[in-house]
Ligand binder design. Sequence first.
Ligand code: URA
Ligand code: SF4
Length: 431
Amino acid sequence: AAPAAPAASDDAQRPRVPAAYMRLATAVACHRDAARFALLYRALFRLTHGEPYLLELAADPDVARLRALEQAVRRDVHKLHAFVRFRRVEGEGGGERYVAWYRPDHRIVRLGAPFFERRFPSMAWSILTPDESAHWDGAELRYGPGLPRDAAPREDELEELFRTYYRAIYNPARVNLRAMRAEMPVKHWSTLPELSVMSELVRDAASRVDAMQAGRSGAASAAEAYVPGSRALPVLREAAASCQACALCERATQTVFGEGPADAALMLVGEQPGDEEDLCGRPFVGPAGRVLDEALAGAGLSRGGIYVTNAVKHFKWEPRGERRLHARPVGPEIQACRAWLQAEVEAVRPRVIVCLGATAARSFLGGRFSVTQSRGQVFKTPWAESWMATYHPAALLRMPDEAARAAARAHFQADLAQAASLLAGEEHGSR
Ligand code: URA
Ligand code: SF4
């Protein structure tokens, strides 16, 4: 809806629309509530006719309603991000494509799809929904027509559904609705809407990811409700400062967010801040940090060029006399905080990720992870071209047996050296 523009086209006289309104409207417009545009229009009119601070009046009925619609849309976007499950499909041209079917509550495909572009930049994928469908080919995000509401395929029907869709909309001639209906295996197509938008062609980019879903745990991360849409590190850091997605925030001093260059090629992921980190608000500045710095130096790496963070952002501790004793975060806490780590990965897009300890590895993979068994192995993953895990530096400090400690230190050093060589672009074997 165009703002109520005055007759004069003079810029100075044109009403100014605050950026906050634009953000709000972008979300609210995706809601299915039929009254959304009337509401948006009324708020815009009021904003530009003597109530410039309207949006700050949370108790105003229009504002309250708009915020509720916005919330519903944002929750729906989070759900899309959390619940979409891709299935690998052989592409027409011999390449492969990951395809998902999803039925969102609101019209959020365009709000939600860019997230997958950041998460899976090097694969070809499609998300099919009743409203419209999103397609990424490694270079450009495109949108095509949606599928019938009741198309909802079972997992093993998805491939066939996609092929039919593909043939119909990627046909250079024209969308052939009748052919599409005829070819569909099931009654689903009875409600096929008019495909009013002629989809652009999607090139069949061949790309591969070994660990597409690499054991991702299915549950949503509680922190998602706090993670903003932006992938600018300062924005994320500021939002994380007020995260209350799990109980760990109650006893810790502050959120300890990651730090390092936004374009770092290497990301190190620890477990959670320790006592000193909690007090000064920066990762790995205590005893474990000193072990880490020493080993990095030995591998020819320096902290300054690395993005360093933790799987869990608040210090978990138990009182022990005067001291605050480190306590291991449990699965649900790792899961709750996972959305922050994922956002950092999306912001930095490192080429190499090194998990320090099993907690970090579990944040990515879910479930259990044995550092002793799997340390030093390099995996190609959706998060980074090279992903590996090694010891946690604090574990090295704790090992009572001197020989074991020396061996573990040597392994730790060797793993970091391998990360350094991956960064330098040397060949590596996925052992
Ligand atoms: N241990 C961690 O895992 N992270 C820190 O930041 C400090 C100690
Ligand atoms: Fe949020 Fe993570 Fe802190 Fe829990 S530990 S409150 S999820 S930042």
